[in-house]
Design a protein around this ligand. Structure first.
Ligand code: ATP
Ligand code: MG
Length: 439
């Protein structure tokens, strides 16, 4: 396994001081998958104060010391070095209730959640993999370290973490692990909302439609507002699928933007609550966009989402049934109201919504809207004569005769600026004007 220079230095420094040290957890898993780890965590049998002494020449981050972690700042990066430990439950906080330092690596690995996260590496000993994480990675299996019922009860957030690792690395939960994920999902209601929200934000951008279906029991345990959507038949020629199947397709269809993912997930949450059936047996969902927006507001409020994200998501949902018409005047007004980024997101959500119907429906003219938006933006980007950094007065000073020639010269200069042949700066423009005068 490749280790960056600063990580190798940390391992060697601890070893030279008589301790053992390993790269551990996510970085080992990522390296085995051929991905480049976003950070490297180390574990060691040195106690936190011993680690601090080994690295006394470096700036240290000591905020995690209680839980055994010393951060060493080296080459502008923080390398977290954590003493081998076991830990108690997390109750409702972000940190374990208690930690106990232990002397053995294996005991440290055994507290970790999944086999693929419970591997360590040291250049001398190679991989340390007591729970078969490497084989599980190869076979694309997600499996808890030890009995899933015990591990998910200790910290129910591991259920959501499991969904995250499954969707991020294309792993399938082993049967008992998956059974307990569902069976114990109700335990997640005791978790700190911030932990749940963070986890959902990490998994949402990566999840596919079939995965949303598969993990619906887990997701609806933390977002019960989505439960009525699962299997809810729409009884309309506009939709081939039930509300949650359609929702899954829209989530996958909107790309990776977080606000769009949340908006897609909740955009039809209000459908079951606004459903009516007419005398012909046809379903209608009048006002569902507004109701879905209200539900999203409540969900994101409960999960303590940042205000800006919540507001953006609610706006996208409340407007998801308002067509963006292929009309320049109307589009300009929308751009003025919401800004280009939001308008583009509105369009993306509407396109994914349309594509997720599973039936052919009348063309909502998305491509015309896109073309017009592009035209409007192009018009705004290109400026006019009055924006040029020189004017007629400057040309007269250069010896131009007032008249049509001067206008023609200014137009040519504007063209050159628009073609990015010269910058829109006085000096460059005056020089270019002199050249034109000589022509
Ligand atoms: P990422 O690439 O998303 O950071 P990661 O595996 O590094 O993935 P972290 O949340 O940073 O995930 O946790 C680091 C390691 O700590 C994990 O690989 C796992 O071994 C262990 N771990 C983290 N949270 C828990 C938990 N709630 N229960 C058990 N082990 C955990
Ligand atoms: Mg990590």
């Amino acid at each position: 396994m490749f280790l960056p220079e600063n990580v190798s230095i940390c391992i060697r420094a601890l070893e030279q001081a008589g301790f053992s040290a390993y790269a551990v957890g996510g970085c080992v898993r990522d390296a085995l998958l051929g991905l480049s780890p976003h950070d490297y965590d180390l574990c060691t049998n040195a106690l936190p104060e011993e680690t601090a002494r080994v690295f006394e020449a470096y700036p240290l981050v000591r905020s995690g010391e209680k839980h055994g972690t010393i951060g060493v700042v080296m080459d502008g990066e923080v390398i977290e070095i954590t003493t081998f430990r076991t830990e108690g439950g997390y109750q409702d906080s972000r940190h374990p209730d208690w930690v106990r330092f232990v002397s053995g690596l294996e005991e440290d690995l055994s507290r970790r959640d999944f086999t693929v996260n419970a591997m360590a590496y040291n250049p001398k000993t190679g991989y340390v993999d007591p729970f078969g994480g490497q084989a599980d990675l190869e076979n694309k299996i997600l499996r808890t370290v030890g009995d899933p019922a015990v591990r998910f009860t200790e910290d129910p957030l591991r259920i959501l973490r499991g969904v995250r690792f499954a969707v991020r690395f294309g792993l399938t939960p082993e049967a008992k692990t998956e059974r307990e994920m569902t069976a114990l999902s109700h335990r997640m209601d005791k978790l700190a909302k911030e932990r749940v929200f963070d986890e959902l934000c990490k998994l949402l951008p990566a999840v596919t439609a079939p995965e949303l279906q598969r993990f619906a029991p887990v997701l609806t345990a933390v977002i019960p507002e989505l439960k009525p959507a699962v299997g809810f038949l729409q009884h309309t020629p506009h939709h081939a699928y039930d509300v949650f199947t359609h929702t899954s397709l829209v989530v996958e269809g909107v790309g990776e933007d977080l606000a769009l993912r949340w908006a897609a997930l909740l955009h039809d949450a209000g459908k079951p609550g606004s459903f009516t059936m007419d005398e012909n047996g046809r379903g209608h969902f009048k006002g569902h966009a507004h109701l879905s927006g209200e539900i999203a507001e409540a969900v994101l409020h409960r999960l303590k989402a940042p205000n800006a994200l919540r507001e953006e998501v609610v706006l996208l949902i409340k407007h998801h049934m308002t067509p963006l018409e292929p009309d320049k005047r109307i589009l300009r007004r929308r751009l003025g109201q919401y800004g280009i980024e939001t308008v583009q997101k509105m369009l993306t959500l509407q396109k994914a919504d349309f594509a997720g119907k599973g039936v052919k429906d009348s063309d909502p003219q998305f491509s015309q809207v896109e073309a017009l938006l592009e035209e409007i933006l192009a018009e705004e980007a290109c400026f006019s004569l009055k924006d040029l950094a020189i004017n007629g007065q400057d040309l007269i000073k250069l010896g131009f005769e007032p008249g049509p020639n001067m206008g023609a010269c200014l137009s040519k200069l504007l063209e050159q600026v628009q073609d990015e042949k010269i910058p829109n700066e006085k000096e460059a423009l005056l020089n270019a004007a002199l050249l034109l005068k000589g022509d």
